[in-house]
Design a protein around this ligand. Structure first.
Ligand code: EPU
Length: 422
């Protein structure tokens, strides 16, 4: 098992290139199952989850080649049964369901895993597939979906916490090859949804309204191969931006898309951070004393749930009280007790965390529990005095390309070590 050792107290300075978006590339790779022809995907980050998706596609019979940040997929022949153990490893694997159903008329896929941040049901994915005419049953931990022919339909895909990102993507991919027109109301508007639609359109899909709550998909008979470059990862960008502010540093993010980060930039400015964007570059520096801000997570274009933990780490550095409310996932506060080990004063009340910021942090051994919680611990560790050891960093490697190297290039004292497991 690997751990990260961080010696805190260094201001981050310099430039950091932002990698391709994990949450766009995973469904895009799954989308390659919709055609027998070759798909070439550029700007693919080297991540554990991408490796897992490659193995899932291979287990379905696709040929996958990785060359640096390019992945080539040829799904000449595919089977509709996904490998149980691989699929269980991450939530993103659920988006093979739509393409397999559309391509083969049936699929058997295990219920997906992923970060432990709440219940994470797939009822909305299944609701959409049922509307397209699929029959669904679950047995032995697998979901079986079948439909000799999918038929376009009108559907409402909003849930308790708003739209569903992967649910929307799954239905768009299934509808792309259905007979007739599908209209999805309350579709997710995240940039990752738009990126998947851009890729599918390059394959010949007919999709209108990407990025709006109403999507209209006119099914086509077949899709062809395509080449696509994945958008920059807005969550990775937000993480480095917050790390720069938290360490009182000055960092320029390159290869990023500031327009995808408006809610985060707005909150950071409200907190007193100087943020300047120019083209695909974003420069972040602390303007003076930080001010506490309240944050509520929302579907895009609101403040992202995937940045809630990192923002909390910044508020821990900020004198005063801030209230951080999580509205997307009900159990996404695993970072709170671990931040407490470093000296943070945070109380949880229902969906809100009340942060009494400004207490000095001191390094300690902490446990990475999920991807974004781990990122928050890295930020706090960078600010703490002394040494912080973050254990179980495989969570970080699921979603952050070369995180230790990128941080070292910004001047941080970070080392990856191998520790013997219990
Ligand atoms: N939901 C349902 N039923 C469903 C699907 C979702 O009730 O069938 C609920 C969820 O429980 C949650 C809300 O709807 O309360 C939103 O979940 P959503 O379906 O949008 O999440 P997701 O598509 O499974 C993706 C990202 C997450 C990110 C969320 C929200 C991937 C692989 N994952 O998950 O990313 O937090 O959208 O933006 O794309 C991460 O990268 O760390 C991560 C967890």
């Amino acid at each position: 098992m690997e751990s990260l050792i961080i010696k805190g107290g260094t201001r981050l300075k310099g430039e950091v290139p932002i990698s391709g978006a994990k949450n766009a590339v995973l469904p895009i790779m799954a989308g390659a199952l919709l055609t027998r022809e070759k798909c070439v995907i550029h700007n693919v980050p080297v991540l554990r989850d991408v490796g897992t998706m490659c193995r899932i596609l291979e287990s379905l019979g696709a040929k996958v080649e990785r060359d640096g940040n390019t992945v080539t997929i040829r799904a000449d022949k595919v089977t509709g049964v996904g490998d149980y153990d691989l699929i269980r490893q991450m939530r993103g694997s659920i988006c093979i369901l739509g393409p397999l159903l559309a391509r083969l008329g049936k699929a058997k896929v295990s219920l997906p895993g992923g970060c432990v941040i709440g219940v994470r049901p797939i009822d909305l994915h299944l609701k959409g597939m049922r509307a397209l005419g699929a029959r669904i049953r679950t047995s032995g931990g697998y979901v079986h979906v079948s439909a000799p022919r999918l038929r376009g339909a009108e559907m409402f895909l909003g849930g308790r916490s708003g739209p569903t990102v992967l649910g929307t993507i799954n239905i768009v991919m299934a509808a792309a090859l259905a007979d007739g027109v599908t209209v999805i109301d309350s579709a997710a508007c995240e940039p990752e949804v738009i990126d998947v639609c851009t890729f599918l359109s390059a394959m010949g899909a007919k999709i209108e309204g990407a990025g709006s709550p109403t999507l209209r998909i006119t099914g086509v008979k077949r899709l062809h191969g395509a080449t696509h470059t994945v958008i920059p990862d807005r969550i990775e960008a937000a993480t480095y931006a917050i790390a720069a502010a938290a360490t009182n540093g000055e960092v320029t993010l390159t290869h990023c898309r500031p327009a995808h980060l408006q809610a985060v930039i707005d909150k950071m400015r409200e907190a007193g951070v100087k943020v300047e964007s120019r083209g695909n570059r974003l420069t972040v520096k602390r303007g003076g004393k930080l001010k506490p801000v309240d944050v509520t997570t929302q579907p895009y274009s609101g403040f992202p749930t995937d940045v809630q933990a990192q923002m909390m780490a910044l508020m821990v550095q900020t004198q005063g009280i801030s209230i951080i409310t999580e509205r997307i996932f009900e159990a996404r506060f695993a970072h709170v007790p671990e931040l407490g080990r470093l000296g943070a004063d945070i109380a949880i009340e229902g969906p809100s965390a009340i942060v009494k910021g400004g207490h000095p942090l001191s390094g300690a051994p902490v446990m990475a529990s999920d991807l974004r919680a781990s990122a928050a611990l890295v930020i706090a560790g960078l600010c703490a005095s002394g040494k912080t050891q973050i254990n179980r960093i495989y969570h970080l490697d699921r979603g952050y390309e070369n995180i230790d190297e990128k941080l070292r290039n910004l001047g941080a004292e970070v080392e990856r070590i191998d520790v013997k497991g219990p």
